[in-house]
Design a protein around this ligand. Structure first.
Ligand SMILES: [Zn+2]
Length: 361
């Protein structure tokens, strides 16, 4: 019986020792992985996951200016001082005592700070931010390491590119002469002809109609007159599409389509733009192709090509047919499902059109 108890006690002890040693900070390296003070006065940090941080502020005294510091568990290898600029005098990374890391930001004496409003906010399990000063100070960013860790995974990487490009500034579209231009936008297919059917049943007719309507809106805001050959899911033959255009004095004709590959191969993705003839058609195609590629990172550039499609062959004005991606392709389809991507494509097409009108019109 005695022996049993001893054994049990020993087991507990070893567990305790193990737990203890794993949380002993002396042996672990600094939990601070990267930091950056951005031009808008925000300090961002990346730490090890689930780190406890402690932040402090001290008013200026005779020796130094206002100081803000954060203590991190884990020992810093190389204490160092980094010269500041703008409102920041210097940044010091040190070990206040064994097993700790301290990041000190010392401000210049005249800096106006409101530490009572400061809040250290956890963005996720290893990222933090705190706003230290107003962007009224001219300041060049200072930092070490990458606060936002680059994600190697291609899918994730593309998502982050998306996010950046998602903040469209519609106003940034180029200006053109008001009420000077008429553009015909032709959403492909419709009615009993859904066009390509892609992964998950996504239909070309729906995708291109939505994109076309957004293009119309964007161009209208820029003072360009726009006619759509169809505004809902109706059956419209190719011939009337052409006559709608030819009966006006439209400057250009843009037909919008999405692709499907033979055998519905999921590995085939990409964007392409066709014109039938003439340098104007080619220029328009090039401008649009360039812009749609920019909002479709990773999707192959299948190029600007000559094509004999009925709608671009028989229209009198410079005409192009844009293929905004493969509904049967894994990469393109996943994007084309999303309204955000459709908006991006519409923005890109509108931009290409406006650039063309500026140059040629
Ligand atoms: Zn089509």
């Amino acid at each position: 019986m005695k022996k049993f108890l001893d054994n049990k006690l020993f087991r507990y002890l070893s567990v305790l020792l193990f737990l203890n040693s794993s949380s002993l900070p002396v042996k672990s390296s600094s939990a601070l992985a990267a930091w950056e003070i951005k031009t808008n006065g925000v300090l961002e940090l990346r730490t090890k996951s689930n780190t406890n941080l402690k932040a402090y502020f001290q008013k200026a005294n005779q020796i130094s200016g206002d100081r803000f510091w954060i203590d991190f568990p884990g020992e810093l290898k190389n204490p160092r001082t980094i010269k500041g600029n703008g409102p920041i005098n210097e940044i010091r990374l040190g070990k206040p005592n064994k097993g700790k890391t301290r990041l000190v930001i010392e401000f210049k004496k005249e800096t106006y700070l409101k530490p009572l409003t400061w809040r250290l906010v956890g963005l996720d399990q290893n990222r933090w931010r705190i706003k230290l000063f107003a962007p009224k100070y001219t300041f060049k960013k200072i930092g070490e390491g990458q606060v936002v860790k680059r994600i190697v995974n291609i899918k994730e990487n593309q998502k982050s590119i998306y996010k950046k490009k998602n903040n469209f500034q519609y106003l940034k579209l180029p200006d053109v002469k008001q009420n000077q231009f008429l553009v015909i936008i032709d959403p492909g297919h419709g009615g009993p002809d859904p066009g390509a059917i892609g992964i998950g049943g996504i239909r070309e007719t729906d995708v291109v109609l939505e994109v076309s309507k957004i293009v119309k809106n964007l161009l209208s805001k820029k003072g360009v007159k726009v006619s759509l050959t169809r505004t809902n899911d109706v059956d419209l033959d190719l011939h009337p599409r052409v006559s709608i255009a030819n009966n006006t004095d439209a400057d250009i004709f843009v037909s919008i389509h999405a692709n499907a590959s033979r055998g519905k191969r999921r590995d085939i993705n990409g964007l392409e733009t066709f014109y039938y003839r003439g340098w104007r058609g080619r220029l328009l195609a090039k401008r649009i192709q360039k812009q749609i590629l920019r909002v479709s990172p990773g999707s192959p550039d299948r190029g600007v090509k000559q094509g004999r499609f009925y709608v671009i062959k028989n229209t009198r004005m410079p005409a192009v047919l844009v293929e905004i991606g493969f509904l049967t392709g894994r990469l393109d389809a996943r994007r084309l499902e999303k309204i955000t991507h459709r908006k991006r494509l519409a923005y890109a097409i509108a931009k290409g059109i406006l650039e063309y009108l500026n140059k040629v019109g």
